[in-house]
Design a protein around this ligand. Structure first.
Ligand SMILES: Cc1ncc(COP(=O)(O)O)c(C=O)c1O
Length: 408
């Protein structure tokens, strides 16, 4: 698949956009997933624009389709992947030469496979934030009996606010320059390891929408948090990177995500940004002030019954996203416009009744388009995506699931 920047943005006219997707996929039985090639291309290029020259490492958890990851990596400006499990990373490393595992691993089988392969050991970097991670690797294969293992040190990127408390996600216990230096020194001095990079992912900036609909006070609070957190991290990430560079050469300093491309790129210590969600443009990413991804990935369900003239029942729907449970974790009813779930049923395991303006006109056999809350999780429900351009399917690509892989 070639991701050429599109000259028009058909998704800005929902009737045309969803109409074309419906026409192109008319012969497919539901449920099925579709990706608009021009929308994906638009998103991929818009992310590059927003990163203004900083390399983007593709966060594969937010895609989970090998063909899509490879097509994006073919664009100048993208390089390497941030994988989400070591088993996945080893699989991808067969064809992708630069794989960073974004999260620590306790997968002993995969560690043994990594340690035994000179090729994989050159291509794959593990994430560590504690001596325990080094000990675990050594307990699988002793340092003298294996390839040196490439590791990156993860720094806590949360923001501690006097007024608002702990903002961000709980990841690494390594927060200060002194803590980072101490762990880095241990790694550098320890046989069997190479410290090649560091990562600090500011989830509270990258993954929290700053224009939540109907919540202006929250929006102002998020703006405040994101501004101050960015300033605090710029100092600390820069100082840690400098301290680590005194001990060893770092190949990369990774930060950010789809929501923070501009801000993370403006941090001079960052050499690359990991991002993926913006490619598919799931609906969690609809409410940022500074970018609007095209709704590139969607899935279609069929109307299978009409319990009442104004209610249509979809076959399926409950592909609910991870994270704090709430209405925003439901797939968004994208087309036709004006459909709503019933509050007492919401998106069901097998059936999702919907009401609203358009429901009365829906007949058995009609299709409804939905967008998942998150990007990569949709791929876990599908064996493949139909890639659509204009009114036609141009290619079909297997998801990880379709390739028989279920990593997490
Ligand atoms: C370490 C890390 N970097 C970057 C990201 C950003 O990914 P995305 O662009 O899909 O939001 C994530 C997502 O959770 C992450 O865990």
């Amino acid at each position: 698949m070639q991701l050429t920047p599109p000259t028009t943005q058909p998704w800005l006219d929902p009737r045309q956009y969803w109409g074309s997707l419906t026409t192109a996929t008319a012969a497919l039985d539901t449920p099925f997933g579709a990706v608009s090639v021009p929308a994906l291309a638009y998103n991929a290029h818009d992310m590059l624009r927003r990163a203004s020259g900083t390399t983007i490492r593709v966060a594969t958890k937010s895609v989970r389709v090998r063909g899509v990851v490879e097509s994006v990596l073919a664009l100048p400006g993208y390089s390497g992947v941030l994988a989400y499990t070591l088993a996945e990373g080893l699989w991808l490393a067969k064809t992708i030469p630069d794989v960073v595992i974004g999260y620590p691993t306790a997968d002993r089988t995969a560690i043994a496979a990594l340690a035994a392969s000179p090729k994989l050991a050159k291509r794959v970097t593990l994430m560590v934030d504690s001596v325990h991670h080094l000990d675990l690797i050594d307990s699988v294969v002793a340092a003298g009996k294996r390839e040196p293992i490439r590791v990156a040190l993860e720094l806590d990127a949360s923001w501690r606010s006097r007024a608002l408390g702990y903002l961000g996600v709980f990841r690494s216990p390594v927060r200060t320059v002194a803590q980072a230096r101490a762990l880095a020194r241990t790694i550098v001095e320890r046989k069997g390891f190479e410290l090649v990079g560091m990562m600090a992912y500011e989830a509270q900036v990258a993954g929290v929408v700053n224009r939540p609909p109907g919540k202006p006070v929250l929006a102002r609070t998020v703006d405040y948090v994101q501004k101050h957190s960015t300033e605090e991290l710029r100092e600390r990430r820069g100082a840690v990177a400098a301290a680590l560079r005194e001990l060893t050469e770092l190949e990369f300093v990774n930060g950010g995500g789809t929501g923070s491309l501009e801000r993370t790129a403006a941090d001079p210590s960052v050499t690359e940004i990991a991002a993926g969600s913006g490619l598919f443009g799931p609906h969690l990413f609809d409410s940022y002030s500074h970018f609007t991804p095209a709704p590139a990935a969607a899935f279609a369900l069929s109307v299978v019954r009409k319990p009442q003239p104004t209610v249509a029942t979809l076959h399926g729907g409950g592909w609910v996203a991870s994270g704090p449970p709430g209405p925003d974790r439901m797939p968004k009813l994208a087309w036709p416009e004006g459909l709503q779930y019933l509050p007492r049923e919401m998106a069901g395991e097998v059936q999702s009744p919907v009401k609203g303006r358009a429901a009365a006109a829906l007949e058995v056999g009609d299709r409804v388009w939905l967008r998942h809350t998150k990007a990569g999780e949709l791929s876990e429900h599908l064996l493949e995506f139909a890639l659509v351009d204009g009114d036609a399917i141009v290619e079909t690509m297997p998801t990880y699931r379709g390739e028989g892989k279920a990593f997490l």
